[in-house]
Design a binder for this molecule. Structure first.
Ligand SMILES: [Zn+2]
Ligand SMILES: [Zn+2]
Length: 345
């Protein structure tokens, strides 16, 4: 399959990002393109190189041709002769994305990501930075702070709460600029003994919080049995659900990330816990093996679903096509059905 990028797309200010989105959507909905075809006569050399670079990031080569199908908007590409719509249907919210404060970010810029997601049709874009990335140093991804009370006490005693205050200040500055369609929160983990990794003063000021189990403080993953691990994971999920969170991020991701079998027998119990707590279950395709049956259980229990790109790079903003496919697989294939079951902010 050849992926054509029409003149209106390559001349748009979003050309680079739209090229990436066209490649991703083609892969998802049609199949892997063989090459990317650019129109002749409308590209300056720099843009040509940048688009070539973007295709190369996806492992594809570019070719310039005299005949490329024309489109009426910048948000359309063609997979062979078939149009590929790059604008999302209305009403979708991205409830989970990162910012330049994330240590795991790879070049995401809050303002660019907010503008890109608006351009592709996201209704409300929410940024939810890792609280641990704001409190702790650049080795925070090793999660040693989870068991280090002194390190936590130091971060919370710091007048700026290390990088929490700069994050809050950036948000306060951009809120009037971005208006209501951009929201701000935090993605929060547990410390040891089930304590929430949030300083008392930091509970306030957010549109909402999401909870996540990335690591379990008292687990030695090298030695723990599957059964024991499931127990401790479920304990942490229950503990998180007692906190004021609106969404449980990437619910079962812990297991595939540690190459452990996903405890499918816990789908129903976890769906029931979410329902009791009034917390939404997040559909998150960021590097995740996907557990469709869990979301079937969530729907049957009446749990709300939320969509999260978990964007760590600006170009990932607005990448909700895999989520839409998942919603379709769950039978939520119209705006009305989605409105009844998917969290909207
Ligand atoms: Zn996460
Ligand atoms: Zn995240």
């Amino acid at each position: 399959m050849e992926l054509y990028l029409p003149k209106s797309l390559v001349e748009s200010p979003w050309a680079i990002y739209l090229a990436d989105k066209a490649i991703k959507k083609a892969r998802l909905c049609v199949g892997r393109p063989d090459r990317v075809i650019l129109p002749q006569g409308c590209l300056d050399q720099q843009m040509y190189y940048r688009l070539m670079n973007e295709a190369a990031l996806n492992g594809l080569r570019c070719e310039v041709r005299a005949t490329v199908p024309e489109a009426t908007t910048a948000f359309m590409a063609f997979a062979d002769a078939e149009p590929l719509e790059l604008q999302l249907p209305p009403g979708l919210c991205d409830c989970h994305a990162h910012t330049q404060f994330a240590y795991c970010g790879r070049g995401i810029d809050l303002l660019d990501a907010a503008a890109l997601s608006q351009a592709v049709g996201v209704q409300t874009q929410c940024f939810t930075e890792h609280a641990f990335a704001l409190y702790f140093g650049s080795d925070a991804l090793k999660f040693k702070w989870q068991n280090d009370e002194a390190e936590v006490a130091r971060a919370w005693a710091d007048p700026n709460h290390v990088r929490m205050k700069p994050y809050r200040e950036l948000i306060a500055a951009v809120r009037p600029l971005l208006g209501d369609r951009v929201r701000f929160g935090l993605e929060v983990d547990l410390l040891k003994d089930g304590k929430f990794c949030l300083a008392p003063e930091d509970y306030e000021g957010w549109d909402y919080l999401i909870g996540a189990v990335h690591e379990i403080a008292d687990v030695d993953i090298k030695t723990i049995s599957d059964a024991e691990l499931e127990k401790k994971w479920l304990r942490d999920v229950e503990t998180l659900l007692a906190q004021p969170i609106r969404i449980l991020a990437h619910p079962f991701r812990y297991f595939p990330w540690y190459k452990r079998p996903v405890p499918r027998h816990l789908y129903k119990p976890v769906a029931k816990l979410l329902k009791q707590a009034g917390v939404a279950a997040e559909i998150n395709h960021h590097k995740n093996a996907f557990e469709l049956d869990f979301f079937v259980e969530c729907l049957s229990e009446g749990v709300q679903l939320s969509l999260g790109t978990d964007a760590h790079v600006t170009r990932q903003a607005g990448d909700l096509w895999p989520h839409l496919q998942t919603l379709e697989a769950l039978g939520l294939d119209t705006a009305e059905k989605r409105a009844a079951h998917v969290l909207s902010l």
